[in-house]
Design a protein around this ligand. Sequence first.
Ligand code: ING
Length: 308
Amino acid sequence: MRVIRTAAAQLGPIQRSEDRASVIARMIALMDAAKAEGADFIVYPELVLTTFFPRWYLEDRRDADAWFEATMPSAASAPLFARARTHGMAMTFGYAELTPEGQHFNTSILVDKSGAIVGKYRKIHLPGHVDYDPGRTHQHLEKRYFEPGDLGFPVWRALGGILGMCICNDRRWPETYRVMGLQGVEMVTLGFNTPSVNSQRGGEGLEQRLFHHRLSCQAGAYQNATWVVAVAKAGDEDGHHLTGGTLIVDPNGFIVAELVGEADGIIVHSCDLDETRFGKETIFDFARHRRVEHYGRITAQTGVVLPD
Ligand code: ING
């Protein structure tokens, strides 16, 4: 048994007017609740310190820097790191990273029980578009405000196992999980901000979005025999609704816990990393079953090459 008692900590809506101190206070309250349920690891959403700002078009991208963190821990998030150390609780959370060189990433960090940042991931699959798109019911400007991640899909030895991170749209791409699966990952954590309606297909509503969200997380977990912990920022932000769907998937692809509603809240589950062994040693024993000589297109091509 190698159990990580894991809390998935959903944040409800963060309005554009809400400041970081208020958000950090909400995150600390969730951490206290997780501690009370015996958690030793807490997973927070993507871009958790601010509203989901890629919905807002700004002519001058530099004006968006107000939503970024130039240091981490930042002054605003220091109380969260302090509380985590007090609780002896490891954590992950997502934020907008502005590097000293002036680069912009949609980033997630892994912080160990001592409060040290032991892992960093920068979102690779950026959805949306760069310029204002009048054809959309709402904007989704991640390609405007962020660069694609430059750290690959790393994993880290932490909390007695092998952990990895991805972010939101990454969960829809099988390559994300497989690259970590090929490194033996036993738990993938991810945060997400998912608009409840498709800005290009009005008929696609909340239930379809939640279906695709669960499908993506369950497939990634099953096909790589890993736990997946997916945590929403949910609810109505300045009139723009984000889905809930915070959930924990076991290494066989079964959802073992899902949070109902769109407010701040936690689900806590004892995730035994040894439950990954059966899948990794039988149906998804990559060394015995994969035939890489036939997979060339996956890295040779970016887009589709149609037959003659
Ligand atoms: N949000 C959405 C997500 O992947 C999206 C964007 C929604 C893409 C639905 C495709 C379909 O959940 C982020 N932040 O990636």
